[in-house]
Write a protein that binds this ligand. Structure first.
Ligand SMILES: NC(=O)C1=CN([C@@H]2O[C@H](COP(=O)(O)OP(=O)(O)OC[C@H]3O[C@@H](n4cnc5c(N)ncnc54)[C@H](OP(=O)(O)O)[C@@H]3O)[C@@H](O)[C@H]2O)[C@@H](O)CC1
Ligand SMILES: Cc1cc2nc3c(=O)[nH]c(=O)nc-3n(C[C@H](O)[C@H](O)[C@H](O)COP(=O)(O)O)c2cc1C
Ligand SMILES: Cc1ncc(COP(=O)(O)O)c(C=O)c1O
Ligand SMILES: [K+]
Length: 514
């Protein structure tokens, strides 16, 4: 009985919130937003063995636009989340701080940027900084905290205790080193958030002045608002801090429009659709299980300076299998166990009769001592290359494991029966796709494929057998050469090559110079 009354009251509160007119957000507050680029994925690559990153590339729909909030809207959303929508401040702060920590980890790897100073202000922005520091500690960074104006609320004393229990040092303003660049790689600016107003008061005024003079290092990561900036007008007087990274929470505030640093991220993956609808919020979708998403323009990168230093266990002659197929099995299984996506994706290189090479990705569908099998259209470019020159090279790159495998050898078609069996094991849509696609031929437009696909889908909607096109089937490459490559520091990689000599079934293992 009581529960029904409460439920009714909550329902009323939520609908009151939903039907209240939203504050207008003008179209000029919509800015463009780009999906995660290959470059960013490259930059986020770590330096040793990793397990699967759950990140995926956001689709193009995400790149429409992003809305900006006024100070009033930000405060109103905050109240709504913690009122009718049932969140507690602790929860939001935890998620906000985690978003900040994951954004930092996306761009600044602990191997290069381990020494973090979180400067925390008196409000919730400061609380976000304390939470972020705790997560960064667990991510492998070495955070220190400067928290000059503490509050006695249990949420904050709890956050301080948690950090102290991790032996995270607290530094007073007076004890901060003269030259911040000597002791720190990253500064988390968690001084003021969206409730900042007026001019900064001591001791934060002096701290902000010090941040204004920083050059390249340490980098500044501002939480929600670059401290000292006007929440809506930004750095309106000029000369404010120039953060390298801004992590906007919930949605960017108007000041973020004048942020010109290289890394703008959005965090706070907790906005329910009702809030987004009411405030007409255009927000990007968060990729996979990520707590943050890059917004704004992609960073300018110096391509010539892009490199990853591989660190891996050594690959030694006496540790590998004498049979390369077994060695491949071992690495393949390890890549699968590490959760890599499409472990069976491989580059297939062929040449035509004029010795012109061409490469494309295909999926490995089976391998054993008889060879490595993939499926395709026999009348495709690769199919015609292989009929002109029945030799090919396969290449696997398991990036997260710093491993590459090369396989070369003659190629032949598999039996019709094998191809039939495999074809009918595929999803029916892909079977129809194979009929529709005269692979590698010119198509006047997507609609041509789609129309035929629709037609055939109808035709086979009764569940009857979809006949395999004659020109679709498998190839098998019988290896006569393997190379197992393991990335190592200073480009001194391990390369173990397996080759066969005429008339001798035993594989010869040789180390090649990297
Ligand atoms: N969904 C959300 O919205 C979420 C919001 N979250 C976070 O909360 C932040 C907003 O927090 P907040 O409201 O506590 O305000 P914030 O700006 O941290 O500090 C206010 C303090 O600063 C002080 N102060 C103000 N001006 C000053 C000055 N000139 N010089 C000196 N002091 C000044 C002010 O004192 P007062 O002036 O009131 O005496 C008060 O003590 C938001 O930006 C985001 O980071 C996330 O945690 C979760 C999700
Ligand atoms: C990861 C990945 C896997 C692919 N797997 C296959 C495959 O197994 N068979 C296939 O015919 N095409 C596959 N494709 C498409 C090919 O890369 C290629 O576009 C197509 O086969 C036409 O190549 P061609 O014109 O050189 O013959 C795959 C593409 C990618 C990116
Ligand atoms: C054109 C084409 N054919 C075949 C395949 C292999 O698909 P399946 O795994 O269904 O055999 C792919 C995979 O990407 C493909 O793109
Ligand atoms: K801040």
């Amino acid at each position: 009985m009581r529960r029904t009354v409460i439920r009714r009251r909550v329902t009323r509160m939520i609908s009151a919130f939903l039907f209240q007119p939203p504050l207008p957000i003008s179209p000029k507050h919509q800015y463009s937003l780009l999906p995660l680029t290959t470059t960013q994925r490259f930059l986020t690559a770590s330096h040793s063995f990793r397990t699967l990153s759950t990140k995926s590339i956001p689709n193009m729909q995400d790149s429409a636009s992003v809305s900006y909030l006024s100070q009033r809207e930000a405060a109103e959303i905050d109240e709504t989340l913690m009122g009718p929508l049932g969140f507690s401040v602790d929860q939001l702060m935890e998620l906000a701080g985690l978003s900040v920590a994951t954004s930092v980890a996306e761009v600044y790897k602990p191997s290069e940027y381990s020494r973090v100073l979180a400067i925390c202000g008196p409000g919730n922005n400061g609380g976000d900084g304390l939470v972020a520091a705790r997560h960064l500690h667990h991510f492998g960074y070495k955070p220190s905290i400067c928290y000059p104006k503490r509050t006695s609320k249990s949420l904050y004393t709890g956050l301080v205790t948690q950090l102290e229990s991790l032996s995270v040092p607290f530094v007073s303003v007076e004890d901060l080193p003269e030259d911040l660049s000597e002791d720190f790689d990253v500064i988390i600016d968690a001084i003021f958030g969206f409730s900042f107003h007026g001019a900064p008061r001591p001791p934060f005024d002096a701290i902000i002045r010090r941040l204004q003079t920083l050059q390249k290092r340490p980098v500044i990561v501002s939480v929600d608002i670059p401290s000292g900036w006007h929440v809506e007008e930004g750095d309106h007087e000029g000369g404010g801090i120039k953060p390298d990274m801004l992590v906007s929470l919930t949605a960017p505030k108007l000041c973020a429009k004048s942020f010109s640093g290289p890394h703008h991220f959005l965090g706070g993956r907790f906005v329910p659709p009702s809030v987004a609808e009411k405030y007409k919020l255009e927000l990007p979708s968060y990729p996979g299980t990520s707590m943050c998403v890059r917004i704004g323009k992609p960073p300018k990168v110096d391509i010539s300076a892009m490199r990853v230093n591989y660190v891996s266990p050594e690959l030694l002659e006496d540790q590998v299998e004498s049979d390369p197929v077994l060695q491949f099995r071992k690495w393949f299984d390890e890549a699968v166990a590490a959760g890599l996506r499409e472990t069976n994706a491989m580059a297939l290189s062929t040449t035509n009769k004029d010795r012109k090479p061409s490469s494309r990705m295909v999926l490995l569908k089976g391998f054993d001592e008889n060879g490595f099998v993939w499926f395709t259209n026999y009348e495709s470019k690769k199919g015609s290359d292989l009929s002109e020159n029945p030799f090919a090279a396969l290449l696997f790159y398991w990036e997260d494991m710093n491993r590459q495998v090369r396989i070369e050898g003659p190629v032949e078609r598999i039996s019709e029966e094998e191809s039939e069996n495999y074809y009918h094991s595929r999803p029916r849509g892909s079977q129809i796709g194979a009929i529709v696609s005269k692979q590698s031929s010119v198509v006047p437009g997507r609609h041509v494929l789609y129309d035929e696909y629709e037609e055939l889908t109808k035709k086979y909607s009764d569940g009857s057998v979809i006949p395999k096109p004659k020109n679709w089937g498998g190839f098998r490459l019988k290896p006569n050469l393997f190379e197992f490559w393991q990335g190592q520091p200073s480009r001194l990689h391990d390369r173990l090559q397996y080759s066969l000599q005429e008339g001798n079934p035993a594989w010869i293992i040789r180390r090649l110079a990297p």
